[in-house]
Design a protein around this ligand. Structure first.
Ligand code: ADP
Length: 235
């Protein structure tokens, strides 16, 4: 049983997020960076560029290439993970690149590349959402012009209840997981994936809940960026 008397195994209500901590500008050599803790996840994101795309034949004369690489450290999961890319990290890198590219003004930087490294140091479910959220802060920290600061959060279904931000047990034993990334200002959807089964009504409920979660996380992203400069307060 994962939900008892309306309370989840880690003591949260169905619509509650895990604790989140975001820090912008933590790496000296990257153009932009972010360290993020989200429940048991610990993630570092670094941005380099825009810089000349090499070798030259990969250059696009009309826009910058956005190249996100998601990687999980061997020590980030209980049983040592084999280092290097695999099917899962290749998929997450691709969907992350596409989600982030869609908000960046790539046409301002022809023939260049914007490289985004997402390193998962500790993994506890929801790492793709946490990775996108951290990468977005790192992009803003690097001063990359964007239409909005993307943010991601998952919802899902556990013991027949639609819940926000699944833990590892809920991800493994639950009925569905729905990671969502949005541009919070317009609520435009940048990423939408689904694992498991939901009825259409449950899907609508989960999507709405995930968007609500995204908007809460967006406030923390903004605060992290403002903290770096300590000039303004978020109202
Ligand atoms: P996400 O992290 O975005 O939820 P998945 O649903 O694929 O992506 O993974 C869920 C969780 O399963 C991860 O966050 C991680 O805690 C765990 N996991 C993923 N890959 C491995 C692996 N190779 N070994 C052990 N645990 C893993």
């Amino acid at each position: 049983m994962l939900i008892k008397d309306g309370i989840r195994i880690d003591g949260r209500k169905p619509d509650e997020l895990r604790p989140i901590k975001i820090e912008a500008g933590v790496l000296y050599r990257a153009d932009g960076s972010c360290y993020l803790e989200w429940g048991g996840n610990k993630i570092m994101a670094a941005v380099y560029g825009p810089r000349e795309a090499l070798p030259r034949h990969i250059q696009d004369p009309t826009k910058a290439l956005v190249n996100a690489r998601y990687s999980m450290a061997s020590f980030s999961v209980e049983e040592r993970k084999r280092p290097g890319p695999d099917r899962r990290s290749t998929e997450i890198s691709k969907v992350t690149s596409e989600a982030l590219e869609s908000v960046i003004f790539t046409e301002l930087f022809p023939r260049t590349t914007i490289d985004i490294c997402i390193e998962v140091l500790d993994a506890e479910a929801g790492t793709r959402c946490a990775g996108i959220t951290a990468a977005a802060v790192a992009l803003a920290d690097a001063g990359i012009p964007m239409r909005d600061i993307p943010v991601a959060c998952a919802a899902g279904k556990v013991d027949g209840v639609v819940v926000l931000d699944l833990t590892s047990e809920e991800d493994k034993e639950g009925e569905a997981d729905l990671p969502v990334a949005i541009a919070p200002r317009t609520e435009e959807i940048l990423l939408l994936q689904m694992d498991g089964h939901l009825t259409y009504k449950e899907f609508e409920e989960a999507l709405e809940l995930a968007i609500k979660g995204c908007k809460q996380v967006a406030k923390l992203q903004r605060q992290a960026l403002l903290n770096k400069y300590k000039t303004f307060e978020v109202k």
